[in-house]
Design a protein around this ligand. Structure first.
Ligand code: CU
Length: 225
């Protein structure tokens, strides 16, 4: 499963692998119907083209069973994809027990991300790094201080708009095998002049390193104020 997805950003959570699976299923269905439709299109154009012998073609006034078939099949497929997608979206937003312990309050500013941790640590500056513990649910509580931004972590396959005056959220649980690795967190809603520079870096660490980092950040913060 992992090498197939190599043309996509590394999927670092169980949930992102579910998203990828759904993506490949949808891609497969689209590819199949694309080939069938294009094949029929070319075939019928050639087969029923105007010829010298037949200058008007056959008068066709519809075919009820055919029309019911090509309405029902796509309806069933689209509804099924919708139901599966919704289940993933709800699962990403329904915080599991224990995730609130690791809540990170994310605020979008023009043009930087701010990360506030429950112990008071506040990380904010362009291209800065925030840390998350691996193997534990982490909840992102997202809002904006000015315009609409998009909090997007490609490696977990989730984006949530950061909206002024509103909270949005999702949670992640990063596979411990990515401890020590860093992943880009760009803003994905055009939010003004320096939008392209608005990105943060998420570093995955072990829970012990995470606690250490939080304590160290807090000391740094207290000594600078
Ligand atoms: Cu932005």
């Amino acid at each position: 499963m992992h090498n197939i997805a190599s043309w996509l950003p590394t999927a670092i959570t169980h949930m992102s692998q579910r998203v990828d699976r759904l993506f490949y299923i949808v891609l497969g269905i689209c590819a199949l119907f694309f080939v069938v439709v294009e094949f029929l299109l070319v075939l019928l154009i050639v087969r029923y083209r105007r010829t010298r012998k037949n200058r008007t073609g056959k008068a066709v006034h519809g075919n009820k069973s055919l029309e019911i078939t090509w309405t029902l099949i796509p309806t069933v497929i689209v509804v099924a994809i919708g139901v599966i997608s919704l289940r993933i979206v709800y699962a990403e937003q329904n915080t599991p027990v224990g995730a609130t312990a690791n809540t990170i309050h994310v605020t979008g500013h023009m043009w930087q991300w701010e990360f506030k941790y429950s112990n008071g640590v506040d990380v904010s500056s362009w291209d800065d790094t925030f840390e998350v513990p691996a193997g534990q649910p982490v909840l992102f509580d997202i809002t904006s201080a000015d315009v609409i931004h998009g909090f997007y972590i490609p490696s977990v396959r989730i984006q949530q708009d950061a909206l002024p005056g509103r909270q949005t959220r999702f949670w992640v649980n990063v596979d411990p095998k990515y401890i020590g690795k860093s992943f880009p967190v760009p803003c994905d809603q055009f939010c003004g002049l320096a939008h392209s520079k608005m990105r943060a870096t998420m570093k995955v660490v072990s829970p012990a390193e995470y606690r250490q980092w939080l304590a160290q950040q807090l000391r740094k913060q207290q000594s600078s104020t």
